[in-house]
Ligand binder design. Sequence first.
Ligand code: TPP
Ligand code: MG
Length: 380
Amino acid sequence: MATAARGGRKARPAGTGGELVARFEVRYLRFLDERGEWVAEPPAELLDPELQLRNYRDMLLLRRFDHKVLMLHRTGRMGTYPGTMGQEAVGVGMARPLTERDVLVPYYRSATDLYVRGAALHEILLYWMGDERGSDFKAPHMKHDFPIPICIGSQLPQAAGVATAIKLRGEQGRAVLTAVGDGGTSQGDFYETLNVAGAWNLPLVIVINNNRWALTEPTCAQTACQTLAQKAVAGGFEGIQVDGNDIFAVQAAVAAALDKARRGQGPTLIEALTYRLCAHTTIDNAARYVPKEELEAANAAEPLVRLRRWLQNQGILDDRLEAKLENEIKDEIEQEVELALNTPLPPPEAMFDYLYAELPEKLWPQRAEVIARERGTGDA
Ligand SMILES: Cc1ncc(C[n+]2csc(CCOP(=O)(O)OP(=O)(O)O)c2C)c(N)n1
Ligand SMILES: [Mg+2]
């Protein structure tokens, strides 16, 4: 038994010379490099041209959507929005392997995974225009998915809670997928989630979108660890690092982890290394703190161009098809923007209606006051 030695240091177990008691390793997964060429062979099922064209189309749409949202913001028609530019392979790759029975617990920079999951662009827009109804996704298979949270890390214990419910109910073949930023891994919620996920062998997959920045804070200021994936070691389960700009790597890693979770073999932490090619949000000016050379290097490694090169080399994508995709995407975005802009505003009292399952008694007078003010009948 270990005893405390003088000076507060832990003594070694009696009778040993300090043998190695544990060793851990973290693996890195990457298939497609910046030039769109293989560095390793991906799982055969990912080589399906239709699948990769679909991935490319969705990544391109999300890139165009990001730009459109910025324009809406600049013209005063949109609230603050956290862009996903440069991180499309993380969101698209992680959401693609979900089945309808799985549960997605997003974070605020999750427009990419939400779209692939089945959320309409106008729902995502509505939410960021300040309308909570946008987070009530209408796709039937999303009825168990969670709304968009703003509070960093709060989605993680919730995801663990859903995974615990699945386990307690003995539901087979069902897993929970959630995501968090690199900065979010500094929150207590993150560590508590890792702990219960491991201790209770939960069917949970956590993807870290390591876009190298937490607002103005670089990842190197966030942790002294070599990787974020290694934090899974403390939870007692597997952590892996993937090239988050390689959609093949993200999709393969998440598909395998979800499969493992659905088979009752426990959680996985996946650190996806990518880069935030945009500002933190539409109200941030990243040029003030992101080094120019770093941004240039990140641009050269971005995910969309890489997949485009591969598709072109395979003869799956040519200029004509690219132009057709661009047109379809433009139409979809325009229609969805119109839908969002033309949605009548919710009544002001709606702010009370979705916060609690049952509104606490002391808030009823405030709700009544808001209604009275709106109708011009109340004396505030
Ligand atoms: C609990 C909490 N603290 C602080 C904030 C303010 N905040 C919003 S985003 C952000 C940075 C998060 O960075 P990261 O986790 O890396 O995610 P990213 O935005 O890069 O996707 C901060 C500090 C918040 N939303 N919630
Ligand atoms: Mg970040």
